[in-house]
Design a protein around this ligand. Structure first.
Ligand code: FAD
Length: 538
């Protein structure tokens, strides 16, 4: 780089859904010079890293994809309702190829730092491969569930067997045949993986910290007539999901669970249960997330289902969630999960009743005073969600400020897309945006298009920097917290609440706006229409 001419107009970090579309928009719509850095050896993000048995999306595939490419919406055929990881990866590879994106992507390269040069208004970005490049704009497309969490169990280093984390699974797969396997964790990933591993392993021990409310996925082939009708109606579907609460075609029942008769309630519950997927979670009675009594009714129905599926009443009791409201943790979708605990080769070790994991030993795991010998341990322990991958960028904004320090008590953002003191830096589906509470591609496309318009606007009006004002940021943080404090979400020790990782400051990470994804989009558009209200443009 010479003088103040940057090497790139924009650097994008990450090549999952977000990085793919961000590059496409800035390069092909605005004609900018863009570089994408990606730690993995190809595109895909989540669908490149998470290769555990049973890995698949939980969003219905017909809405789990890009909508900017209308021709592709018509051409692409998903093989089932929730395709598996290799198929989604194939889709993202196809998009990258179709739009010739890889020529501006550098793989196997991790961004390890960056600082804002206040004199020249440029970001300098450093990678683990020795790149030191400058760019006017820096965009984090680093994902929300991309920073692996391996709990620091005592004795880990002593273990002589093999261990894997689900989000960094070997590309060659793992053969569990004839092995004694332990799975640590019972979140959405584990609920997908456990039934698959149980089919292969000689013996499977599941270590549960908190029992989850699982609802049936009901995966399978989609009726070709349904697919045909959806393809004919895509423009309306896209409009509907963009305006919806969760970026999906799920809508609350506009009634209280408490105002209807027990018969009517039971009929509705069964209907949602039969529909499968997120219907029971996101299309239930409208007071389910607000009223403990309404929530109890929804929860009791699931508890009855668990009791009727799991044959050993003692095991069923361990699998019954206790002490938190239904729906306040990420909803796992169940394909033979509860049935798996009827198998003779599967044992459930519950932290509350059997005792928590005490240590990893040379031969396995000791929990509740008992050692479980294991050949393989699979950690399905999730992520340092949302803030983890952003903090790991080691960015320095104005005056050398860091996200670590600025976010010492939880995230502080404006609209979940920018951070005061970090000019020209944007976070796609960042903390305090709907993000993980939505069907992600909808939120990703919204952020990418909003950021693209903003940059276009800046270029046209000759502005060089934009940054959130501390006042606008404070107001947004206050609003995010006020909204969520009125719900039951704050009662759970969930990763949404940053509670999965010891020492992580307790804060609600996404944004549960009063009108969801649709209302949030309106808010962002209003901010833009008012000349980027809440931002300083210079
Ligand atoms: C198992 C699993 C299932 C999921 N299922 C669904 C679902 O059904 N529906 C849904 O809406 N969402 C789902 N999600 C969320 C999913 O992450 C998003 O849908 C979507 O894939 C996110 O795309 P992204 O590009 O924003 O982030 P990611 O796909 O996470 O991509 C981020 C990329 O950034 C890279 N990166 C991060 N930091 C750096 C760095 N410092 N330097 C270089 N590269 C870096 C990472 O390597 C990664 O490739 C799921 C997540 C997981 C883990």
């Amino acid at each position: 780089m010479t003088g103040t001419t940057p090497d790139f107009d924009a650097v994008v970090i990450g090549a999952g859904f977000s990085g793919i579309y961000m590059l496409k928009s800035l390069r092909d719509k605005l004609g900018l010079k863009v570089k994408v850095y990606e730690a993995g050896d190809t595109v895909g993000g989540t669908w490149y890293w998470n290769r555990y048995p049973g890995a698949r999306c939980d969003s219905d595939a017909y809405i789990y994809g890009f909508t900017f490419d209308k021709q592709l919406l018509q051409e692409w055929e998903w093989s089932e309702r929730y395709p598996e990881q290799p198929e989604i990866l194939r889709y993202l590879e196809h998009v990258a190829k179709r739009h010739e994106l890889k020529r501006d992507m550098q793989f196997n390269t991790k961004v390890i730092g960056g600082e804002f040069d206040e004199q020249n208004n440029l970001w300098t970005v450093h990678t683990d491969k020795g790149d030191n490049v400058t760019a006017r704009f820096l965009i984090a497309a680093v994902g929300t569930l991309s920073y692996t969490n391996v709990p620091k169990f005592k004795g880990f280093e002593k273990y002589k067997g093999k261990w894997y984390h689900t989000s960094q699974f070997p590309h060659t797969g793992v053969d569990f045949t004839g092995k004694r396997v332990g799975v640590v964790g019972t979140g959405a990933t584990a609920v997908q993986a456990i039934p698959e591993i149980a089919q292969q392993a000689k013996h499977l021990v599941v270590f549960q910290r908190t029992a989850n409310y699982c609802v049936p996925a009901r995966n399978g082939k989609v009726d070709p007539e349904v697919t045909k009708a959806r393809k004919a109606d895509y423009d309306n579907i896209v409009k509907r999901i963009r305006e919806s609460f969760f970026g999906q075609e799920h809508y609350f029942i506009p009634k209280s669970a408490l105002e209807v008769s027990a018969d009517e309630r039971e009929r509705e519950f069964e209907k949602k249960w039969d529909a499968g997927g997120f219907a029971y979670w996101l299309a239930n009675y409208q007071d389910m997330f607000f009223d403990q009594k309404a929530n109890d009714l929804c929860a009791d129905f699931i508890k009855r289902k668990i009791r009727s599926t799991v044959k050993d009443p003692r095991v069923a009791e361990k699998l019954i969630p206790k002490g938190y409201a239904y729906g306040t943790k990420r909803q796992p979708l169940d394909t033979n999960y509860y049935e798996t605990f009827n198998k003779d080769n599967v044992v459930l070790v519950d932290a509350k009743t059997d005792g928590p994991i005490e240590e990893i030993t040379e031969n396995g795991i000791r929990a509740g005073g008992k050692e479980y010998p294991l050949d393989i341990i699979v950690f399905a322990t999730g992520f340092d969600a949302m803030t983890g991958p952003l903090k790991a960028l080691n960015l320095r904004g104005r005056g050398g400020r860091t996200l670590d320090k600025e976010w010492g008590d939880g995230p502080h953002t404006y609209l979940g897309v920018s951070v005061a003191g970090f000019p020209n830096f944007f976070t796609i589906t960042g903390p305090q945006s709907p993000s993980v509470l939505s069907n992600m591609p909808v939120s990703i496309e919204q952020h990418v298009e909003w950021i693209t318009d903003l940059i276009d606007n800046m270029i046209r009006s000759g502005k060089t920097t934009i940054e959130a004002t501390p006042q606008a940021q404070d107001q947004w943080v206050k609003h995010v917290n006020e909204v969520v404090n009125a719900t039951l979400m704050v009662t759970a020790n969930s990763w949404y609440m940053s509670a999965n990782i010891p020492g992580k400051p307790k804060a609600f990470l996404p944004y549960l706006g009063p009108e969801g994804v649709g209302g949030y989009r309106k808010k962002c558009d209003e901010v833009a229409a008012k000349g980027y209200e809440g931002f300083n443009l210079a």
